[in-house]
Design a protein around this ligand. Structure first.
Ligand code: NAD
Ligand code: UGA
Length: 461
């Protein structure tokens, strides 16, 4: 069958793979190719063992791979054949030079732009799928135009809003798809082509179009607002712990106000993930660049509270366990940055693990999907940490448990059995408020939730 359009995605990561699988699934009339410079990643996408764990992803990939979805390392050849090119490469925080630790590192992005110019001999639509600083499209256009004047490239911004762990549902039923373009005749025509692709399954009133700069900026702002909600509830959790108020009751009372809404109000050990911190740092950097220091300080405080929450968790553990963790066995249940993913990028568990080792605790790390990533993240400490997937074996003869990830599994463990195998007095620190605190207290644990009074068997001094 002849395909209507050749769509290419450069970057086969957490975004490129699932997003293109969904487009292929919903648009059998188009051919989708996903390329990456990492041959191992491409080999995994072509195998039964996909490079990322995401509920529902295997089924969709299996349904379309080899039909209208292809994974390849042939970046240059694929560029030339494409009508539309999504660019979904990584845009991490810069680690060197001007803007180190704040600005987005755009080297992978720019390399892609130059490669597109080099390998193209027909007009193309280039779609920014990666999260980028506002005004990046201008740089992209300059690179594209400076080298070829005989045909035209249109640059669109189409940021991705999926969350890991729910990516397939988010892609299939998005709250919105955002497409930004230049407001020229050619820009609007390109924008309509992309609208037509999403219109295969997304209701048209949920496909929002705008100017290109608003689209680029909206992605950073959406992540900043989401992270701000978590830092807001986490800041209040600290106050709850001092005042015998309960953060779950506060969140419920606040969240029923329809102007506020009840989602994203779960107090936790802190937010993680590859994007919230990097995107806020990027926003802060851009604000400082424009001399908006008060605005930059405001958003930077979201990250500061997140750091404070992680450190507060360790300090609470230390205080509860008689101010000494040295030589004590502590099991971390969960290492992924959230449930239903094996991703550990910026997971709060990384910082907590490092701090506990600094206090000379003996750590055991358990997680159903993230142990391999944990080993990589903590390779500098591996002689001080054990990795045991089975939660019962991991907690055996431990002094304390700290829950780092809200895996469903941790709600239903046999905590009586775990209690029996632990050293007394037993401590459990629930960094996600997922266990039944009263029941565990009744079993005999000293229980320390987030933002709720601790339940201990000790006499008050
Ligand atoms: P990732 O690191 O999982 O994947 C990026 C891929 O790009 C890697 O496999 C890398 O090898 C490849 N790559 C880099 N340079 C390349 C080049 N020149 N040619 C071909 N391939 C190249 O990253 P990700 O999590 O998929 O994120 C990608 C972008 O999407 C980032 O800007 C991120 O902020 C944004 N984003 C991520 C998420 C998420 O949930 N992870 C959600 C929304 C947006
Ligand atoms: C987030 C956004 O939700 C996506 O819309 C966005 O596309 C993505 O970032 C991105 O740009 O990368 P993600 O990081 O995958 O998605 O996952 P979230 O569900 O947002 O969780 C982020 C972190 O916040 C996790 O550590 C999670 O446990 C924590 N969290 C979330 C809380 O502590 N409390 C909450 O109420 C919600």
């Amino acid at each position: 069958m002849a395909f209507k359009k050749n769509i290419l995605c450069i970057g086969a990561g957490y975004v490129g793979g699932p997003t293109m699988a969904m487009i292929a699934y919903k648009c059998p009339q188009h051919k989708i190719t996903v390329v990456d410079i990492n041959p191992e990643r491409i080999a995994q996408w072509n195998s039964d063992n996909l490079p990322i764990f995401e509920p529902g992803l295997d089924e969709i990939v299996r349904a379309v791979r080899g039909k209208n979805l292809f994974f390849s390392t042939e970046v240059e050849k694929s560029i030339n054949a494409a009508d539309i090119i999504f660019v979904s490469v990584n845009t991490p925080t810069k680690t060197f030079g001007v803007g180190a630790g704040m600005a987005a590192d755009l080297q992978y992005w720019e390399k892609t732009a130059r490669q597109i110019v080099k390998c193209s001999d027909s007009p193309k639509i280039i779609v920014e799928k990666s999260t980028l600083p506002v005004k990046t499209a201008l740089a992209m256009e300059r690179i594209l135009i400076s080298n070829k004047s005989d045909f035209h490239f249109d640059v669109l911004s189409n940021p991705e809003f999926l969350a890991e762990g729910t990516a397939i549902n988010d892609l299939e039923n998005p709250d919105r798809v955002l497409i930004g373009s230049r407001l020229t005749e050619s820009g609007l025509k390109a924008r309509n082509e992309l609208v037509d692709i999403y219109a295969n399954w997304v209701p048209e009133d949920q496909i929002i179009t705008s100017d290109i700069w608003s689209s680029e900026l909206s992605k950073l702002v959406a992540n900043a607002f989401l992270a701000q909600r978590i830092s807001s509830i986490n800041a209040i959790s600290a106050l709850c712990e001092q005042t015998d108020a309960d953060i779950t009751n506060v969140a419920r009372a606040v969240g029923v106000d329809s102007r506020i809404g009840n989602k994203f109000l779960n107090a936790s050990v802190g937010f993680g993930g590859s994007c919230f911190k990097k995107d806020i740092l990027n926003l802060v950097y851009i604000c400082r660049h424009y001399g908006l220091n008060e605005v930059a300080d405001y958003w930077e405080s979201v990250i500061k509270i997140n750091h404070y929450q992680k450190e507060r968790f360790v300090t609470n553990m230390l205080g509860a366990m008689f101010n000494s963790l040295a030589g004590k066995k502590i099991a971390l249940l969960g290492f992924a940055f959230k449930a239903d993913t094996g991703d550990t990028r910026e997971s709060p568990a990384i910082y907590i693990a490092e701090r506990l080792v600094e206090e000379r605790a003996e750590l055991i790390i358990s997680d159903p999907k993230a142990i391999d990533n944990a080993k990589t993240d903590l390779k500098h400490l591996n002689n001080k940490i054990k990795y045991i997937e089975d939660p019962y074996a991991a907690t055996d003869e431990c002094h304390a448990i700290a829950i780092m990830t809200e895996w469903d599994l941790y709600r239903t463990l046999d905590y009586q059995k775990i209690y029996n195998s632990m050293i007394k007095p037993c401590f459990i620190f629930d960094g996600r408020n997922v266990i039944e605190h009263k029941r565990l207290f009744e079993i005999g644990f000293n229980v320390y939730p987030i933002g709720k009074p601790a339940m201990t068997h000790f006499e008050h001094s």
